[in-house]
Design a protein around this ligand. Structure first.
Ligand code: ASP
Length: 457
């Protein structure tokens, strides 16, 4: 059996939903289909909840938009005489949503718990329509509300799943009856039965949990690109789809900006050794990218290049840092207090400076907290300066085959040198799977194209 997950872009309108049915039916296995909300609906729900919380009646506009989008899909999918039953279900859900938003408007307060409930309507509305549509075309289908089978704690906004409990519930509920199960992605329920969610873009995680529980053969993630690419196609025009990725490579690439999938959310499939395949709804012939434990690209040293825009570099420097334990700890605690995510760290063995790279939007609060925490060291001149440099880019060169291979860094940095690119900082973990470095943003295009040409072709 297979689990197939379709994201919002595969469900943007009636035409795409019809295409999705075709893809599901092309598979002659049992059908476990996980769906996101229709494209853009979760964002509208978030916007509506924010407006209602401010007491701003504009949430009614978003509600209207949500209503119109679903109604027009119903019109596209069902002939007039068959619309009444689905309209009844949808109206029921939309009325409930309207009441909740009105409640939020009255109290001008929207807790994370309430926000989870509001966001859950995206997947519930969409799955109701799709299940009804599949049934109307003569393919017996049943909608499964994942709040009954995916059990979490009550960390609203991004709940933690109790996997074993959920696996048991899933197996009980999804016994093989030969029908198509249409399962709501993203949403879950706490042990007390309260609606929770798995965090934004959480439907991949839903698919992974269902796949792991049912010990499926594969989990397919259907999206709107042909797979994971060797580099950003907007910058590197001859980038191409990577056919195989190891789990670690997928994690590194997705972290560094290849936004196709969040392998962290695929942990349940990794644990059970279930391959995950990225496929394109708009181009079903494309083979996609297979992510699995053993899939290693054997042809090239470097599998892919990723990059993160809009980063800044904070350099903490001082003669008094040398040989003194605890300075690094103070720096990292200050950044943790500031809730700043550190993307990259470098420290030369002279211990004279520590360089941290974070997102530019976080740099101001990072500096504030560093100055506060290191006040004594600055006063006593152990630290001489804290400098910031903006408009930077992190480039990460990723590949399982780099491990133990000599000459990769040499070739990488001399090719960049030949192209006149200045490197501001370098980091390589001992896994040898990733070499990351920082350059000026203006050098991004040249750097990506140079590396792609040198290593990938
Ligand atoms: N609909 C949810 C979101 O937009 C979950 C998902 O699409 O994966 O975040």
């Amino acid at each position: 059996m297979k689990v197939q997950k379709f994201g919002g872009s595969s469900l943007a309108d009636g035409k795409r939903i019809k295409k999705t049915l075709q893809i599901v039916l092309d598979e002659k296995t049992n059908h476990y289909v996980v769906l996101s909300a229709m494209k853009g609906i979760t964002n509208l729900l978030v916007e509506a909840s924010k407006n209602a919380e401010k007491g701003n009646s504009d949430y009614k506009l978003q509600l209207l938009d949500i209503t119109k989008r679903h109604r027009s899909v119903i019109e596209e999918l069902f002939p007039t005489e068959k619309r009444s039953s689905i309209n009844e279900k949808i109206n029921y859900l939309l009325d409930e949503l309207k009441d909740i938003l009105h409640g939020v408007e009255l109290v001008q307060e929207c807790s994370l718990r309430t926000k989870d409930l509001i966001m859950s309507f995206g997947e519930r509305l969409n799955c109701s329509i799709v299940a009804e549509y599949f049934n109307s075309t003569g393919h017996p289908s049943q909608m499964i509300d994942a709040r009954e089978i995916i059990i979490t704690d009550d960390n609203y906004g991004s709940s933690n799943v109790f996997l074993q409990k959920s696996y048991k519930k899933i197996k009980e509920r999804l016994e093989n009856t030969g029908q198509i199960y249409i399962i709501t992605g993203f949403i879950s329920g706490s042990e007390k039965g309260i609606t929770t969610t798995l965090g934004r873009n959480g439907s991949d995680y839903t698919a992974a949990i269902i796949g792991a529980a049912m010990e499926s053969e594969t989990v397919e993630i259907w999206t709107d690109v042909d797979g994971v690419l060797t580099a950003d196609p907007r910058v590197v025009h001859n980038s191409f789809v990577i056919p195989y990725l190891s789990i670690e490579e997928a994690m590194e690439l997705s972290y560094f900006g290849a936004e196709v999938i969040h392998p962290y959310t695929l942990m349940p499939t990794i644990e059970k050794n279930i391959p995950v395949i990225i496929k394109n709804t708009l181009n079903t012939k494309a083979k996609g990218t297979i992510i699995s434990k053993n899939s290693v690209n054997r042809e090239r040293a470097i599998t892919g290049i990723a990059s993160i825009d809009n980063v800044s570099f904070i350099n903490v420097e001082g003669g008094g840092m040398l040989g003194i334990p605890g300075i690094a700890s103070s720096i990292f605690s200050a950044l943790a207090d500031a809730e700043v995510n550190i993307i990259m760290i470098t420290q030369a063995s002279s211990e004279h400076s520590i360089c941290i790279v974070c997102r530019t939007i976080e740099v101001e609060k990072a500096i504030y907290h560093l100055n506060k925490r290191l006040e004594y060291e600055i006063k006593t001149k152990k630290i001489n300066r804290i400098d910031v440099k903006n408009d930077l880019e992190i480039i990460a060169v990723i590949g399982e085959n780099m491990k133990g291979m000599t000459g990769i860094s040499g070739k990488l940095f001399s090719s960049l040198g030949d192209s006149g690119i200045n490197i501001l900082a370098i980091a390589q973990g001992s896994s040898e799977r990733n070499i990351s470095f920082v350059i000026e943003s203006s050098d991004k295009n040249t750097a990506l194209n140079t590396i792609h040409k040198t290593f990938i072709g």
